[in-house]
Write a protein that binds this ligand. Structure first.
Ligand code: AMP
Length: 496
C-alpha cells in the first residue's frame, strides 16, 4: 500500500550522494546513507520485536540515532512518542504511564555512544542526557541495537506504515490539567508539510539550520518532517546560540532558519544581524511575534520573519506568505487544505487533513475538543481581517474579564513593550472581589523604570479598565523551553 510521505522521502533522497543531514562536526549522512540507515534500523527494530501499532518512546536530541530511529520506527508502522530531554523523572513517568510504550531509549545511553561522533560536549547540548528509568513492560533499547552502519546498502526504505494510521503522540497541556497525548497520523504531518512547502516555496535546494527542540511540533513536525518532505538539507545545532548561528550561516549555504520570538529578540540585538540577509527565509512561530520586533528585523533585513501558526493537535494551520505581504502581528492565511472559522465567542476553529483524530484514551476530552461540524477548538481567540489574515489575540484561558470587559493581554503587552527599557511583559488577571479579575503586569527591563510614569503612559493609550492595577518588575518571566511565557504559572502564584 503506497504511503505518500515515505514515497516522497525515498524519491527526494535516493541515490543522492551529497550530505543532507549534518549533526555535529564529525557526523553527517548523505541522502543514500540516510535511506540506508533508516532501512537497517527499521529491520533491527522489527527483529527486536517492534510491530505495527506498537508505541516507542524516543528521547529526542539533535543526533543521527534519534532522527534515523524516528523514521525507522515509523517505517515499521510504530507510533513514536517523542520525549523532552529536559523532562523530569515524574514527567517522564506520567508520559510512560499514559502512552505505555513497548520500547524506549534515553539520550544518556546514546550520549555515551555518540559523544565522540558529535564532537560536542554533553553540556553543550540542550538536553540533560537522561538515563531513562522505564516501567516494567517497556524494553529499554541499547545503543548497540540502534547503532547504524553508514554503508549505502540500499537506496530505499521498506515500509509497512500506513498514512492514516496513528504515527506520533505529541504531549500537550492543552487548556487544562495534565498533558494529553495528541494522536497524529503521518497523513496529518504530511498534509501540513505540503501546505508549508507550497507557501514557503520550499525545495530540495533549501538548507535548514535547525536549533529547535526535536520533540515539539515546531522542530519535529515543521523542521524535520517538512524538510524530509521537501527533500532539503538540515544542519542540526546542539542548541540555539548566537555564535553557532552566525558561524554556520557564514560557513555554509544555509537558506532557512526557524525560530521562536525570544530567539528573534536575541538575533535582533546582535550586531551581526545584517549577515542574515543571505538567508532566503526566516520563520517565526510557537508564540506571538511582537509587531515592533518584526519591524526592527524588517528594517535591517528587507522583510520580517514569516510568521506561522500551529499547535500540537493540528500541526500547522496558517502562514504569512513568503511571496506577498507579511503582516506584522498577524499569522497569515490558512494553508492549503485548512479551513478556519471564528466561533461566536471568538475562538479559532480549525478543520483539515492536518488535524489529529483525537487524544489518546480521552473520550470525553475528544468530545469537547471538536464542534458538531467537526472543527477542532483551538483554545485561541482570534479575528480574521478583510484580506483573510488571522490575528491571534491570545489563549482563551488567558483572556481577562475585568468588570465585565474583555482584556486581551497581548494588547496591553504591546503597549508595555513600546515603552523604553521594557524588554518583555506578561499581563494576567488576578482574582478580585470588586472586578472579578483585575489586570496586573509583570515586566522584564533593560534599564531602570519609573512605574508611576509608566502607568501615566499607559493611561494615555489604553482604556482605564485595561491599565494594569499593579506593575511588578521581575528578573525573568517564567518560560518553557520554546520561550513561551507560562501564564498559568504566574496565575498559580496568586493562588499560592
Ligand atoms: P503547542 O501545542 O505547544 O505547539 O502550542 C500551540 C499554541 O501556541 C497555540 O494554540 C497558540 O496559542 C500558540 N501559538 C503558536 N504559534 C503562534 C503564533 N504565531 N502566534 C501566537 N500564538 C501562537
Amino acid at each position: 500500500m503506497p504511503n505518500a510521505f515515505f514515497d516522497s522521502v525515498i524519491e527526494n533522497y535516493k541515490n543522492r550522494d551529497e550530505v543532507v543531514l549534518r549533526f555535529g562536526a564529525e557526523s553527517a549522512l548523505t541522502g543514500t546513507e540516510f535511506l540506508s540507515s533508516v532501512e537497517q534500523a527499521s529491520k533491527k527494530l522489527r527483529l527486536a520485536g517492534l510491530e505495527f501499532g506498537d508505541r516507542i518512546a524516543l528521547e529526542s536530541g539533535p543526533y543521527s540515532t534519534y532522527v534515523v530511529t524516528v523514521i525507522a520506527s515509523l517505517a515499521a508502522g510504530a507510533i513514536v512518542v517523542p520525549i523532552n530531554p529536559n523532562a523530569t523523572q515524574p514527567e517522564i513517568d506520567y508520559v510512560f504511564g499514559d502512552a505505555t510504550p513497548k520500547f524506549a531509549f534515553g539520550s544518556g545511553a546514546i550520549f555515551k555512544a555518540v559523544a565522540k561522533e558529535l564532537r560536542y560536549e554533553q553540556k553543550e547540548y540542550q538536553g540533560v542526557g537522561n538515563d531513562l528509568k522505564v516501567p516494567a513492560g517497556c524494553t529499554l533499547l541499547t545503543p548497540e541495537i540502534l547503532s547504524i552502519e553508514k554503508l549505502p546498502i540500499s537506496s530505499t526504505i521498506t515500509y509497512t506504515s500506513k498514512i492514516d494510521a496513528p504515527s506520533l503522540i505529541g504531549y500537550t497541556s492543552g487548556t487544562t490539567g495534565k498533558p494529553k497525548g495528541a494522536l497524529l497520523s503521518l497523513g496529518n504531518l504530511y498534509a501540513s508539510a505540503k501546505g508549508l512547502i507550497k507557501e514557503w516555496s520550499w525545495t530540495r535546494d533549501d538548507h535548514l539550520l535547525h536549533f529547535l527542540p526535536l520533540y515539539h511540533m515546531h522542530g519535529l513536525g515543521v523542521g524535520l518532517f517538512g524538510s524530509l518532505a521537501a527533500g532539503s538539507k538540515i544542519t542540526f545545532l546542539p542548541r540555539f546560540a548566537e555564535d553557532l548561528l552566525f558561524e554556520s550561516v557564514a560557513e555554509e549555504d544555509i537558506s532557512m532558519i526557524f525560530g521562536v520570538p525570544t530567539i528573534y529578540e536575541r538575533i535582533a540585538r546582535d550586531l551581526r544581524l545584517p549577515e542574515l540577509r543571505k538567508l532566503r527565509i526566516m520563520v517565526s512561530g510557537s508564540a506571538p511575534l511582537p509587531a515592533d520586533l518584526f519591524a526592527r528585523l524588517k528594517e535591517v533585513l528587507g522583510d520580517g520573519p514569516v510568521e506561522r501558526y500551529g499547535m500540537t493537535e493540528t500541526v500547522m494551520n496558517t502562514s504569512n506568505p513568503f511571496i506577498g505581504v507579511r503582516k506584522a502581528g498577524k499569522v497569515g492565511r490558512p494553508l492549503d487544505g485548512v479551513s478556519i472559522k471564528i466561533a461566536a465567542d471568538g475562538e479559532v476553529l480549525v478543520k483539515g487533513e492536518n488535524v489529529m483524530n483525537g487524544y489518546l484514551g480521552r473520550p470525553s476530552a475528544n468530545q469537547e475538543a471538536f464542534t458538531v461540524d467537526g472543527y477542532f477548538k483551538t483554545g485561541d481567540q482570534g479575528e480574521i481581517d478583510d484580506d483573510g489574515y488571522l490575528e491571534i489575540k491570545g489563549r482563551k484561558k488567558d483572556l481577562i474579564i475585568s468588570g465585565g470587559f474583555n482584556v486581551y493581554p497581548k494588547e496591553v503587552e504591546a503597549e508595555l513593550r513600546s515603552y523604553r527599557g521594557i524588554r518583555e511583559s506578561a499581563v494576567v488577571g488576578r482574582p478580585s472581589e470588586l472586578w472579578g479579575e483585575e489586570v496586573v503586569a509583570f515586566i522584564e527591563c533593560d534599564e531602570e523604570i519609573d512605574v508611576v510614569d509608566l502607568r501615566e503612559f499607559l493611561k494615555q493609550r489604553l482604556s482605564t479598565y485595561k491599565v494594569p492595577k499593579e506593575i511588578t518588575i521581575v528578573e525573568a518571566l517564567p518560560r518553557n523551553n520554546l520561550g513561551k511565557i507560562l501564564y498559568s504559572q504566574i496565575r498559580q502564584n496568586f493562588q499560592n
